[in-house]
Every structure is written in C-alpha cells, then in structure tokens.
Design a protein around this ligand. Structure first.
Ligand code: HXC
Length: 261
C-alpha cells in the first residue's frame, strides 16, 4: 500500500524489512495518522513468514521529534481518556518479530519512547535523545518514565525527565540505553542495524521468538519467576524441529538448515 508518513524500503538483506519514518517537514512528529500507517505496516510484516527482523529508522535530522504537538495541543481530558489517546502506540509491543531502532538526529519525547519500545536500540553518537515533555507542561505518556528508568536507573531518568535535558547517543551508550552508538549519520547506524537484523533473520524463527519473549519477561517479573519462566520456554523448545536440527548440525560439523518450526 501507499503510505504518506512512512516508507517501506528494500533492505537488501534476506528476511529483513526496513521502515523509515517519513514526515520530514515536521521532523517525523508522530501523529495519529502516522501510527495508523506504522501499525498497518507492522501487522503486514508480522504476518509475512519471510520477514524475520525489522529495522525502524528516521532521517539524519530526526528519528522522531516527539508526538505531534499541534495535534495534541487542544485535546481535552475527556477526549484523551475516552479515546484512549496513545494506546495505538503500544501495538509495536505485541510483535513477535524482533525490531531494531536505528536512531540518528532527534529522538525526543514520544520519539525516544518509540525507540525504547524496540527490542534493540542503536544510535549515532550525536543522536539527541530526551524527554522534554516537562517544557510543554506535561509528562512522558508512552512509557518513557518506566522504560527509561528501567534502562538507566532512577536517578539518571529522574534528572532527564524533570529537566528535559538533551541526552546524546554517546552518553546513552555509556548508560546502557543504547546497545551501540556509532560515528557518522543515519546511513552508518542503519547499516549496523541491518547487519544485526540479518544475523537475527539467519536463525530459527521459533528460537528467536522464544528468546525475545523470555528477555521481555525480565522487564515484568521478579528474578525467581523470570528464571522459572525461562526454563519452561527452554523446555518447550525441545519440541521444535529446529532444536534437533541445530544440535545435530553441530555434532556433524555442518551448517544448520532451519525449518523455522
Ligand atoms: C509537531 C513538530 C514537532 C513536534 C518539530 N516540529 N517537532 N511539529 N510536533 N513534536 C515541527 C516544527 O514545528 C517545525 O515546523 C518543523 O518541525 C521543524 O522544526 P524546528 O523547530 O523549526 O527545527 P529546529 O529549530 O531544528 O529544532 C528541532 C527541535 C524542535 C529541537 C527538535 O523542533 C523541538 O523542540 N521540537 C519539539 C520537541 C518536543 O518537545 N518533543 C516532545 C513532544 S511531547 P514548521 O511548520 O514551523 O516548519 C511528546 C509527548 C509524548 O512527545 C507523550 C505521548 C506519547
């Protein structure tokens, strides 16, 4: 389908889809219309068995400069509450396909929150993260207070959210928010993300889905329940063909031919 706010690009890598946020005039501000398209694209990719990893990126200037402030500015409490404003943003959290954020430029407010909803976050060293909602008289509304705090700890998250300060990709890597921060711009960070995505796409889909599920559980469960949960999923993988294929190939010193089942 033709989208107006996003582009689906050829990743040139087998099994990997590349989505680019594309509202250049508004620094990729995340409007409701953009999310309708993004969620539609994600749903189609999730249903496509050939897509085993997704990269989400923006431009050199902006991953996304936040939720669309113009759209939000006149919203009333009753409208926000009764329409459950921002709820569609959570759709990305339901994906079983791994998704990597490749951030260059601004990733502010909802842009930072969207990047944090992805499974792996890569950035350029000069990327500009932040939760500047406080400057607009509001607070993060798409999970930022929770995910940022989990990622970098309470004191650092509190400082960023109460001040609205900028936060570089380089610092975000040091603090563990970002898995890697690279020199260069959008091209360099997208190249890194595509390389990782291609590696993920080369493995058994069933094992990848299980691995993503158990890591995500760690965000919700205590360590004891989390370890038990992991063990159950680990046990269940003995029911997959690919576990047999992978271990047999190792013993025979061959490359495994995954069936994704
Ligand atoms: C709507 C936006 C926007 C946004 C930028 N634009 N950010 N429009 N919503 N979040 C628009 C500008 O209005 C402008 O349009 C164009 O993009 C270019 O922006 P400039 O400000 O001219 O660019 P620059 O001087 O380079 O400054 C870049 C910037 C600044 C520092 C990123 O645009 C900025 O501060 N933006 C707002 C960042 C922010 O507060 N984000 C959090 C939003 S609240 P025109 O038409 O004038 O050219 C939020 C809540 C999340 O995200 C909670 C729920 C999810």
């Amino acid at each position: 389908p033709q989208y107006e706010n996003i582009l689906i690009e050829d990743s040139q890598k087998p099994g990997v889809a590349l989505i680019r946020l594309n509202r250049p005039k508004a620094l990729n501000a995340l409007s409701s219309a953009l999310f309708v398209e993004l969620n539609d694209a994600l749903k189609k990719l999730e249903e496509d068995p050939e897509t085993r990893a997704i990269v989400l990126t923006g431009s050199d200037k902006a991953f996304a400069a936040g939720a669309d402030i113009l759209e939000m500015s006149t919203l009333t409490f009753a409208e926000a509450y009764s329409k459950n404003f921002i709820a569609p943003w959570s759709y990305i959290m339901t994906l079983r396909t791994p998704i990597i954020a490749a951030v260059s430029g601004h990733a502010l407010g909802g842009g930072c929150e969207l990047a944090m909803m992805c499974d792996i976050l890569y950035a350029t060293k000069t990327a500009n993260f932040g939760q500047p909602e406080i400057k607009l008289g509001t607070i993060p509304g798409a999970g930022g207070s929770q995910r940022l705090t989990k990622a970098i700890g309470k004191s650092k998250a509190m400082e960023l959210i109460l001040t609205g300060n900028n936060y570089s990709g380089e610092q975000a890597e040091k603090d563990g928010l970002v898995a890697k921060a690279v020199d260069g711009g959008n091209k360099e960070v997208v190249d890194l993300a595509l390389t990782t995505a291609a590696k993920i796409a080369s493995y058994s889909r069933v094992a990848i889905v299980a691995a993503k599920e158990v890591v995500n559980k760690s965000q919700d469960l205590g360590i004891r329940e989390g370890v038990e949960y992991e063990r159950r999923i680990f046990h269940s993988l003995f029911g997959s063909q690919d576990q047999k294929i992978g271990m047999k190939a190792f013993a025979e010193k061959k490359k495994p031919e995954w069936t994704h089942s």
